[in-house]
Design a protein around this ligand. Structure first.
Ligand SMILES: [Zn+2]
Length: 143
């Protein structure tokens, strides 16, 4: 098993992976009508639910068991703005009815035209926008 430099590993269940692929592909391929405009190649934003465990070697395992798509997120081809109320609502519901699932984080897709472009430009890595968003979030936790 490979650990990142921070000493954790992420496991994604097959169900969560299938949901991620299906929703990401729908947002990419199927035309969405919005304000009389046809839109496709849209980003998809979702929340990740599962468990955090400490392994016998003291490394941390994040097991993503399921995900939920934020249908209220404002989706574009190069960005996705979640609505904070969606997270608040879903955390409340999950805590009330499925407390064995913890909120682990979020994900979003990056729609590009083909995989060669993605591979050649290493676009599978975090974008600059992603990095600054993560840094802002991390800074807000330290307050
Ligand atoms: Zn991104």
């Amino acid at each position: 098993m490979k650990y990142n430099s921070s000493g954790y590993v992420i496991r994604i269940s097959e169900n969560a992976l299938i949901q991620m692929c299906l929703n990401g592909l729908e947002a990419y391929i199927v035309t969405h009508k919005e304000n009389n405009e046809d839109k496709s190649k849209l980003e998809t934003f979702g929340l990740l639910w599962g468990h955090e465990s400490t392994l016998t070697n003291q490394k941390t395992l994040y097991s993503i068991e399921l995900l939920s798509i934020d249908t209220s997120a404002v989706r574009k081809s190069n960005s996705c703005e979640p609505n904070d109320l969606a997270l608040e609502l879903k955390r409340d519901i999950m805590t009330s009815f499925w407390p064995h699932y913890d909120f682990l984080g979020d994900f979003h897709t990056h729609p590009y035209n083909n995989y060669r472009y993605v591979r050649n430009n290493k676009l599978y890595l975090y974008s600059e926008q992603d990095r600054s968003s993560i840094e802002d979030f991390t800074s807000s936790l330290k307050l």
